[in-house]
Design a protein around this ligand. Structure first.
Ligand code: ATP
Ligand code: MG
Ligand code: MG
Ligand code: MG
Length: 439
């Protein structure tokens, strides 16, 4: 992409409404524009990162054997009356009527609808296990939308649902989700720690939230510092292997790590004092096993081996896809701007032409642009007629991992300058060597 032809409405001033750094940088870098409280347009740069995050989520869900599908955002109230949640959900649910006076709503989540699909088409235990998921816009009329996309009213969420014959099978699905989430967040350059969370009115011990540690997080968390040493890495995992998934679950959840709702001071005291941590975190996902709660209410049953009609065991599992942009920036930035992890960066490498219009500099930039593009990378070439200082500031703000700076002086010696955004380290290299390093 050539910056002169792109739409990147960078703001010089820090917007006063933004209280936290990720919101400030997303506005300043022209990634989003607020349209109403908690409702945003995704401008090209923000949209690009959103898509990258979404793709990683898709890849890891598919790898785990989960099946993508899509349900509507606008749903009939009738289903929610059947489950008893239409009245229970409260003010967070955006309700509306169609022209016939039928009650409709903008889906805040989709347990009812997926269960409706299941009961319409699945009758036998032979069709289990089954896990389907979607990545779809949700609406929750949050009492205090804030922090930009972190707590929006309209937000993008991956929500997955497992259907299993037995509790044991459903707990395997739960573990599979935990493993796939660990991989997902790590690919985004994030450490998201599974913590025991509150299962709310449904009850049961089976829910974990994934938290990214950050001072600006809305949740208070308590944990054994050893949990921050754990990484999933590049392990070979067989998602059908029950024992292997259980092993990962045990490894990542055996130490003390809880959100404030489930915090137990007496248990926490058993953690050696020098390892006890109290901090804040951003909830970027949650997994849940809730048994037959919805299948009982909505009549989602299958016949088992003995021809008995039995309700299916279910769980639901969410990832805050749009919130992740904010969480990643909170975890990875400096005072100049965002520092994108390689896995989600909107462009891989910036090219800054210090002297636009200089034949040699222009030609060298074009050649770099071609080489990087041919290698399958997406460069962003700042080909505008701007001061070097302004170009550098923009590149630092939008946080691409690499910048190649091209100017007549360097070219006389046959070199360009390659700068790493994260370390700030620069080195003079031949254009070929610079490209080789970025690839
Ligand atoms: P929170 O506690 O932050 O209100 P939640 O527990 O209500 O979130 P879930 O129902 O668990 O949310 O939804 C799954 C994921 O969707 C959350 O882990 C979070 O990452 C994301 N999410 C929830 N609400 C919002 C929101 N208002 N804006 C952006 N992302 C959200
Ligand atoms: Mg909520
Ligand atoms: Mg929550
Ligand atoms: Mg939650």
């Amino acid at each position: 992409m050539r910056l002169s032809r792109y739409f990147l409405p960078v703001l010089k001033e820090t917007p006063s409404e933004a209280q936290i750094v990720s919101h400030r940088y997303m506005l300043r870098a022209g990634m989003i524009k607020q349209q109403s409280a908690g409702i945003y347009s995704w401008l090209p740069l923000g949209f690009k990162v959103l898509r990258k995050i979404e793709n990683i989520v898709h890849e890891e869900q598919i790898r785990a054997g989960h099946i993508p599908m899509l349900m509507p955002t606008i749903q009939s109230a009738d289903l929610w009356r059947e489950s008893g949640r239409y009245d229970g959900y409260g003010e967070e649910m955006l309700r509306m009527q169609d022209r016939h006076g039928r009650d409709m709503l903008f889906s805040p989540t989709a347990e009812e609808m997926i269960t409706d699909i299941f009961r319409a088409h699945v009758n036998s235990y032979k069709d289990l296990p089954l896990t389907m998921y979607q990545i779809q816009w949700k609406f929750r009329d949050e009492i205090r939308p804030r922090f930009g996309v972190m707590r929006g009213r309209e937000f993008y969420m991956k929500d997955g649902y497992n259907f299993d014959l037995t509790k044991e099978d459903a707990l395997h699905a739960y573990n599979r989700h935990l493993v796939s989430y660990l991989r997902t967040y790590e690919r985004m350059g994030l450490q998201a720690i599974p913590m025991r969370a509150d299962s709310g009115p449904i009850g049961g011990d089976y829910t974990h939230e994934f938290l990214v540690l950050a001072d600006t997080g809305e949740s208070e968390v308590f944990y054994d510092s050893e949990v921050t040493d754990l990484t999933f890495g590049d392990r070979d995992i067989d998602y059908d292997n029950v024992a292997q998934c259980q092993g990962v679950m045990d490894e990542f959840t055996s130490r003390y790590a809880r959100t404030d709702e489930t915090h137990d001071a007496a248990e926490f005291d058993k953690v050696p004092e020098d390892r006890r941590r109290v901090a804040r975190g951003i909830e970027v996902g949650q997994i849940f096993y809730f048994g037959t709660t919805y299948s009982d209410k909505l009549g989602a049953t299958v016949v088992d081996k003995d021809q008995n009609q039995v309700p299916v065991h279910m769980g639901s599992h969410g990832i805050g896809v749009s919130r992740l942009l904010g969480a990643i920036i909170e975890a990875s930035h400096d005072d100049k701007g965002i520092i994108w992890p390689e896995g989600v960066t909107p462009f891989h490498c910036g090219i800054v032409n210090l002297k636009q219009g200089d034949d040699e500099a222009d030609a060298a930039c074009e050649a770099l642009y071609k080489q990087l593009s041919n290698a399958g990378l997406e460069p962003l070439y700042d080909d505008r007629n701007e001061r070097a200082g302004g170009k550098f500031a923009t590149m630092d703000l939008i946080g691409l991992p690499w910048r190649i700076t091209v100017g007549p002086r360097g070219l006389k010696n046959g070199v360009v300058e390659l700068t790493c955004r994260r370390t700030g380290a620069s080195e003079d290299l031949t254009p070929d060597a610079a490209v080789a390093k970025v690839i």
